[in-house]
Design a protein around this ligand. Structure first.
Ligand SMILES: O=C(O)c1cc(C(=O)O)c2c(n1)C(=O)C(=O)c1cc(C(=O)O)[nH]c1-2
Length: 224
């Protein structure tokens, strides 16, 4: 039963946003600087909100052992001091791509439907049972392959971006497998019957929709 359940979760790789036309064009080297900058600026809103989403999971989770491991995600993104962490690394990616910090932080490029998609993810974590919110993070099972592909594509096609700006993706290559392994452990431990397993699968499907909608929003805002 657990094997079927894990299989059903893993099968969502087919709905993952690596297949989105914008990612396909990006990784083929077909985006122009305006489109790359638009993606970086809009994705920044996702990055900013990941720790708020994880704080909502912590707030709803009654298990100290889970919280002790989950809290690491917040420091991965926020760092333990100024100038550290994933959000800072994304700001440096923006600078390497020719965007100022200010224009990322003040959301001047953020389009309404990108905001809407990200807010839906945070709202899901705040309002749904915490195990479902954990299940929704399992897109990270599929992220490392996309990160590796993106790193290679950026180094090859977008040489106008300083490669030091790509440090965020290198860090995620290690963080994402660790995080998704923990999330999978939590979900398989807590979802023992068909009903709870179906809810976990639905949560992951919802998250695939969030990521796909975010890419749709960016693609529409910066047409070729
Ligand atoms: O660039 C990407 O394609 C991508 C995808 C995902 C994902 O699959 O949810 C995350 C990230 N990046 C990411 O950088 C990240 O920190 C992250 C956290 C989470 C999550 O749901 O908790 N997903 C992702």
């Amino acid at each position: 039963m657990t094997t079927d359940f894990v299989g059903a979760l893993r099968a969502h790789s087919r709905q993952y946003h690596d297949q989105h036309p914008l990612h396909v064009r990006m990784n083929a080297g077909e985006c122009d600087p305006r489109q790359i900058r638009g993606w970086v600026a809009n994705r920044f809103y996702y990055q900013e909100n990941i720790p708020r989403k994880d704080a909502a999971i912590l707030a709803n989770c009654p298990d100290p052992a889970v919280r002790r491991r989950w809290v690491r995600r917040i420091t991965d993104h926020d760092g333990t001091g100024p100038g550290e962490g994933g959000i800072e690394a994304w700001l440096r990616l923006g600078e390497a791509a020719g965007l100022t910090r200010e224009e990322l932080l003040d959301h001047r490029h953020l389009v309404p439907s990108a905001r809407f998609a990200v807010d839906a993810y945070v709202g899901f974590a705040r309002t749904r049972p915490w195990v479902e919110a954990v299940a929704s993070s399992l897109t990270e099972l599929f992220a490392p392959d996309l990160m590796a592909e993106r790193l290679a594509a950026f180094e090859k096609h977008y040489t106008w971006i300083d490669p030091q700006g790509l440090a965020y993706f290198r860090a995620r290559l290690e963080q994402a497998p660790r995080d998704s392994e923990h999330a999978l452990e939590v979900v398989t431990t807590h979802c023992r019957d068909a009903a709870s397993q179906a809810l976990a699968v639905r949560a992951l499907s919802f998250k695939c929709d969030v990521l796909w909608s975010l890419m749709d929003a960016i693609d529409r805002a910066y047409p070729s």
